[in-house]
Design a protein around this ligand. Structure first.
Ligand SMILES: C[S@@+](CC[C@H](N)C(=O)[O-])C[C@H]1O[C@@H](n2cnc3c(N)ncnc32)[C@H](O)[C@@H]1O
Length: 283
């Protein structure tokens, strides 16, 4: 299970998608997930017993830093992150005069102050990772959104977001141990080129929510990605892609595609809305 909610996250489709990936992974291929987000499919694969090597990429710097910390050999990281998240949340709910529960106005003030500390990259790596997970849980619907200047600017939520438990952080760290974490999808594809590989690509969707990272995502990016994936499939990789409705035309090399109905968990105006996506895959 991923340790946070993520806009466009594939938690509900993870079983269906991992069934298309598992047979080749179990036969020894390297796994490449170039648009990792919270990694719902990766964690589902690990839960199915796959233990092989993986290269992932994620453009949002704070998420990448969290993933790299969990993937590192610092086995105390999950506990440190957990304790820091718990302290942040305790101060968010209580600590007013006489330790009374804080008002919504005070809580919002704390959220905005932590968001400023996050954007200023204050504290050590574990502190920043904890603050990031806490912000995701206390933001409006777990929204991941950055300004053109690269500042995280999601609004304050209603406080109902779930924080990860210690065991969940420990399990995620075990699953990620040794995984190579890249900053950009091209790096992840390049790092696995020439090896027997399985690629799961879940890029931002054109026309819905594409504003996760400051760089955004354009039609030109999508066409470029499609060409890279076509070449990878041509060289024998198993390639599976999740895309927005009607986008299958951008992947003419895909041998199969299927429509799936999903409900958005984030993404501003699209939140909560039922919509269609497509799943495409090579032979
Ligand atoms: C649809 S989401 C992936 C969700 C993921 N499958 C999950 O279950 O959580 C797309 C992800 O691609 C990331 N992204 C956007 N541009 C990228 C790039 N150039 N390289 C790598 N990742 C990128 C976004 O930050 C976002 O996390």
């Amino acid at each position: 299970m991923p340790i946070s909610k993520w806009p466009g996250g594939k938690r509900r489709q993870a079983g269906e998608i991992s069934a298309l990936l598992l047979p080749r992974l179990m036969a020894g291929a390297v796994y490449c997930e170039p648009f990792f987000g919270a990694g719902a499919v990766f964690f589902a694969l690990r839960a199915s017993g796959w233990e092989g090597p993986a290269v992932i990429a994620e453009a949002v710097p704070a998420q990448r830093e969290l993933l790299a910390l969990l993937a590192s050999p610092f086995t105390t990281a999950p506990r440190e992150i957990y304790e820091r998240i718990s302290a942040l949340d305790a101060a968010y709910w209580a600590g007013g005069a006489g330790d009374a529960e804080r008002s919504a106005h005070e809580r919002k003030g704390i959220y905005l102050a932590e968001r400023r500390s996050h954007n200023a990259r204050e504290g050590c790596t574990a502190e920043r990772a904890a603050r990031w997970l806490w912000l995701l849980a206390r933001s409006f619907s777990g929204l991941v959104r950055h300004s053109r200047a690269g500042e995280y600017n999601a609004a304050h939520g209603d406080g109902t977001g779930r924080l990860p438990r210690l065991e969940e952080l420990q399990r995620a760290a075990l699953a990620l141990r040794g995984v190579i974490v890249c900053a950009d999808w091209i790096q992840a594809l390049e790092a696995t080129a020439g090896r027997g590989r399985v690629i799961y690509a879940d890029p931002p969707y054109m026309g819905t929510f594409a504003g996760y990272a400051r760089e955004g995502w354009s039609a030109c990016d999508r066409d470029n990605l499609s060409r890279w994936l076509r070449d990878a499939a041509g060289a024998g990789a198993r390639v599976v892609v999740s895309e927005g409705e009607g986008a299958h035309g951008a992947y003419p090399w895909a041998a199969h595609y299927r429509e799936v109905t999903v409900t958005y968990v984030g993404g501003g105006g699209h939140r909560g809305r039922e919509t269609k996506e497509v799943l495409l895959w090579s032979e």
